[in-house]
Each structure stands twice: as structure tokens, then as C-alpha cells.
Design a protein around this ligand. Structure first.
Ligand code: NAI
Length: 530
């Protein structure tokens, strides 16, 4: 399928600042004859999105980007949610993005209530844009405590983009207990870590850190760290270290110059990358690339800024910088460098929007800010290193569209593993005290191959021993392990289900988890105090 199959794809390529949404029945005007090479799906976004997108595209045009790419408008965001489509994107938009393999997007509003999920998260997940890449560099004219102290910041954060609590797998388990499942897979971790290491290699970064909390979450963060160490073996020229995420946050605030690249799981990476945005001047300058094997998405980190939407005062720099990342990604190194240098020069000259910079200088609106950058195309900054500009002729698009997979692929890290069922955890919604629960469960399991070994509450052991100081809530975990006379070879999941059936006759069972060994290694954590 090509983009021309989609309604939106038939829109005239974008070659002027008069970007309009095709759904509004207006056209996108073209001023130059296109020399089409690659197509990029374009969603202007909500709130300030159209303002900053138009400004960015005007700069692209001035830098000659439109000679190499064709932007294909797609319908995504609030207008689609408003029509009751909880995906926030039309079928045609999906087809266009999938055939282009690239999406350049403005910020989009997340509907409040009504079941609509964040389109930004949905897009990254369904298209498997598994790596979120964000760069943080000291910018001239953007004053921060570090710029004042003369400490340069040059940092890259790579965040896993799909797994973790962002699966949004949440349940109410009892009156008082809520759960969000944190899913971390070995191949998902490996994929993003390998991307980080390859990026480090290509960028000449010599030291990569893995941020984690494996001291507490030994199975999930432990797997991420294990995969980091495994992948690191393939990159012997890169120094690889790990750092616990809380210490990382403190270090980043105290000595950010000690880090060049950090790779993290999704939620921790989300928090750490916003911390880093603060180090270099805030969200107005935070670009991001969501990279996948087939589809990559480029967007600013900030949201739709409803408080200033329509006023023409938004700062387009983060979207411009995201566009620069996209141009690099597709091989337009010269245009990317031209725009980046012009932006740096403009900032150096004190050009500013109202959200940053020297308050004694008059701020420009979005359009004038972009024009001021365009006027400096071909100039270079003096107070910070300029980006090397490749010669004319070295500016061809290298991006290739990969064929659409026939079906969802199963990615794997560990194969040929021998697994044994050695017990199970069952979660009960009850107000009964632990001793009473234990008595009943022991009676129910008396003739089974399992014996009750632990009851815990919020992860802390309360039976057979516990502390009177441990406060409990209305949701208990009972752990059954193989009885001493039971052989692992004679026990399987059916024995677990038989006993669970009996327990369910007496208690509200919220969920259960098998306890298994994998090649003889315990595949579950112990309760605190066990
Ligand atoms: P926000 O980033 O839109 O705004 C936070 C503050 O920063 C506001 O005071 C705003 O005026 C300011 N700001 C943000 N971008 C700016 C810019 N380019 N120039 C000048 N000032 C700027 O965050 P908020 O208010 O939490 O979210 C608003 C909406 O945006 C929500 O619906 C949220 O779900 C959505 N959102 C979308 C994102 C995306 O599309 N990737 C990311 C974050 C939020």
C-alpha cells in the first residue's frame, strides 16, 4: 500500500506555511515544484501545534528541505477524538503513517475521561517506536544555573518507549487496592539498549550508563540491567556503567557533565528526561525522536500549551529541534546542520520568545522567531560549537521504507529454557486477619501437592511470622510452594488450578501467579521478611 491509497495522501504536498487540515475542507497550498524523494506523514497537532508546525515548515522551506521531502497531512488528535474515535487517528492516517514510515507531529491533547487514551503513547506503542531519544545541550541565550556557572551540558537520554507501566494494565483489586502491572521483557530491553549503544557508537560517545532500580526490582529492572551487560559485550570500545536511578537524579543535578548517555526503562526514563530538560532551560527546547524498526515519530516533548494557544507567542524551538533530529535520521545532514546552526546563532543574538531568555529584550511571536532563524541560515554560532555542515551534494535522503510485516512478530531473547512449576501466589480480597486466612487455606490445601508457606500484605510477610507494626489493607497474597514430598516433575499447572478452584469457593480471588523455576533459577521474588 502506498500513501496514495489514503484520502489524506492525495493532498498536495506541503510547500508553504499555509498548512491546513485536510479534514477542514481546505487545501494545502504548494508553491514549489516538488522533487519528491521521501514522504513524511504530518500531523500539526492541537493547541499551539498548528502555530509551531507552520513556523517549523517555513524554516524547512527556507533551508531547502522541501526539495527532498513531501509532507503528507494526516488527521490525528482532538478533531478525531471529538468524533468519538477513541484511537484519535483515522484509518487513512494510520495507512499513511505506515506507508511513509515517518511521522512528524505537533503536540496532541489527551482527552480527559471518556476512555480516550493518550494518542502520543498509542502511536509509539502500535507502531513499535521502541526507543525514545532525547538530546540535551547547553544553548546560547538560554540562562540556567549551569550556564551561569560555565558548566556545559551535553547529554543523551535513551528511554524504552513501549513497556513498563505504560502498558496501562491497571485493575482495582479490592475496595482499597489498585494495581498497575509493570511489564519488562528481555527482548524489549535488549532492543532499546542495542539502539542506544549503536547511537553512541555512531555519535562517538565513549561512555554509556544504564539507569535502574535493580537493587529493589530484581526481576524487572534486574532484567534490564542484565540485558545492558549482555549487549555491552558487543561494544567493547564503549565504557559501560550502571547507576541506581535515585543516585542518577542527584548526580544529574549536581554534576551533569559526568554523563554522556543514559539508557533507562520507560517510567524512570520519562522522569529523568524531564529532569534533564530542566537542566538546559525547560520544555521549550526539548526535542524527541521515537525510533522504531519500521516507523519513527518526531515530536516536541511539551504539550499543547492550551493557556497560550492561538496567541501566536509559542516557542517553536523544540519542534524545530525535533525536525532537525528527523532530517538527520533520514540523511539530510546538511539541512539539519544549517537549521541547527541558524537557531543557535539566533539564540546567541538574543532572539527570544516570551518563555525564555533576557527579559529586558523584546520577545518575538512564533512567526517572527522562525523568520529570525531563517534570516541566519548559513551563519554559525560563536559561543558554542557549530554543527559541521556537509557540502552541497551530500544531502540525499537515505531513509528506506521497510516492507510492512505480514503479522505481529514475536521477538525473543531466551530460548530452550526448562521450566518447572514449584508453586503459586494467590491474591485474596478479604478483611479476615492473616491467621484466620492461613487456617482456612491450610485446610483447603491439606491433600494437595502444595503447602502454604507465606502470607504477605503489600509485599511484607505477616504470616507465619510478622511484626505487629505492619499495617495491613484488604488485599492479601498467599504463597503456596511444593510440599516436601511432591516432585516438581509430577506437578503442573492443572494442580494449581484445582486448588485455586477450591480457594475460589471460599474467597474472592483477585488474581494468581505461577511460581516457576527457569533452568533451575527462581523466577519470582521473595516477600519482604521471607
Ligand atoms: P504543556 O507542555 O502543554 O504546558 C506546560 C506549560 O509550558 C504551559 O504553561 C505552557 O504554556 C508552557 N509551554 C509548553 N510548550 C510551550 C512552548 N512551545 N512555548 C511556550 N510555552 C510553552 O503541558 P500540559 O499543560 O500539562 O498539557 C497540555 C495538553 O498537552 C494535555 O492534553 C496533555 O495531555 C498534552 N500533552 C501532549 C504531549 C504530546 O503531544 N507529546 C506531551 C505532553 C502533554
Amino acid at each position: 500500500m502506498t500513501p496514495h491509497d489514503a484520502t489524506e495522501a492525495r493532498a498536495v504536498p506541503v510547500h508553504s506555511s499555509a498548512l491546513r487540515h485536510p479534514h477542514e475542507g481546505r487545501t494545502v497550498s504548494a508553491t514549489d515544484a516538488p522533487m519528491t524523494t521521501t514522504q513524511i506523514a504530518l500531523a500539526a497537532g492541537d493547541g499551539i501545534g498548528p502555530e509551531i508546525m507552520n513556523a517549523t515548515l517555513s524554516l524547512f522551506r527556507a533551508a531547502g528541505v522541501m526539495d527532498h521531502v513531501e509532507f503528507v497531512p494526516v488527521e490525528m488528535g482532538r478533531s478525531v477524538f471529538d468524533k468519538g474515535d477513541t484511537r484519535g487517528m483515522t484509518d487513512a492516517a494510520i495507512r499513511t503513517v505506515e506507508s511513509c514510515g515517518l511521522l512528524f507531529k505537533g503536540p496532541m491533547e489527551t482527552p480527559k475521561g471518556g476512555g480516550g487514551k493518550s494518542i502520543n503513547v498509542t502511536a509509539r506503542k502500535i507502531w513499535n517506536a521502541f526507543a525514545n531519544l532525547r538530546t540535551f545541550r547547553t544553548l546560547p541565550g538560554v540562562t540556567t544555573p549551569f550556564s551561569k556557572a560555565g558548566i556545559p551540558i551535553d547529554l543523551v537520554i535513551v528511554r524504552e518507549n513501549i513497556e513498563d507501566t505504560y502498558g496501562g494494565v491497571e485493575h482495582r483489586l479490592s475496595n482499597d487496592m489498585m494495581q498497575c502491572k509493570r511489564l519488562i521483557s528481555a527482548p524489549g530491553s535488549e532492543q532499546v539498549i542495542r539502539f542506544a549503544m549503536k547511537t553512541a557508537r555512531a555519535s562517538g560517545i565513549k561512555h554509556v550508563h544504564c539507569g535502574h532500580k535493580a537493587n529493589i526490582m530484581k526481576m524487572t529492572d534486574g532484567t534490564f540491567l542484565d540485558r545492558f551487560r549482555h549487549v555491552a559485550l558487543d561494544f567493547p570500545e564503549i565504557e559501560c556503567s550502571d547507576v541506581i536511578v535515585d543516585a542518577l537524579c542527584m548526580n544529574l543535578v549536581m554534576k551533569p557533565q559526568s554523563y554522556r548517555m543514559v539508557v533507562l526503562t520507560n517510567l524512570q526514563g520519562d522522569i529523568v528526561s524531564d529532569l534533564c530538560a530542566g537542566l538546559v532551560g525547560g520544555l521549550g527546547f526539548a526535542p524527541s525522536a521515537n525510533i522504531g524498526t519500521h516507523i519513527s515519530i518526531f515530536e516536541a516533548v511539551h504539550g499543547t500549551a492550551p493557556d497560550i494557544a492561538g496567541k501566536g507567542i509559542a516557542n517553536p524551538a523544540a519542534l524545530v529541534l525535533s525536525g532537525v533530529m528527523m532530517l538527520r535520521h533520514i540523511g539530510l545532514q546538511r539541512q539539519a546542520a544549517l537549521i541547527k546552526n541558524a537557531l543557535l546563532k539566533a539564540l546567541e543574538d538574543g532572539v527570544r520568545t516570551g518563555d525564555f531568555g533576557d527579559r529586558t529584550k523584546q520577545p518575538l511571536g512564533t512567526v517572527d522567531f522562525a523568520s529570525a532563524i531563517a534570516q541566519r541560515l548559513g551563519e554559525k554560532p560563536h559561543t558554542v560549537p557549530a554543527v559541521a555542515e556537509p557540502q552541497i551534494g551530500h544531502d540525499t535522503v537515505t531513509h528506506k521504507v521497510h516492507p510492512k510485516p505480514a503479522r505481529p512478530e514475536v521477538i525473543r531473547s531466551h530460548t530452550h529454557v526448562t521450566k518447572h512449576v514449584v508453586g503459586f501466589d494467590v491474591y485474596l480480597d478479604t478483611l479476615q486477619p492473616s491467621a484466620a486466612v492461613a487456617e482456612e487455606l491450610r485446610a483447603l490445601s491439606a491433600d494437595s501437592p502444595f503447602r502454604l508457606t507465606v502470607i504477605s500484605n503489600r509485599g511484607t510477610q505477616v504470616w507465619p511470622t510478622g511484626s505487629a507494626f505492619t499495617e495491613c489493607v484488604d488485599y492479601w497474597r498467599a504463597r503456596f510452594e511444593l510440599a516436601s514430598d511432591a516432585s516438581p516433575d509430577a506437578v503442573d499447572q492443572s494442580h494449581v488450578l484445582a486448588l485455586l478452584g477450591r480457594i475460589a469457593g471460599r474467597y474472592a480471588v483477585g488474581s494468581y501467579e505461577l511460581l516457576r523455576t527457569f533452568d533451575g533459577v527462581r523466577g519470582y521474588s521473595l516477600a519482604q521478611g521471607q
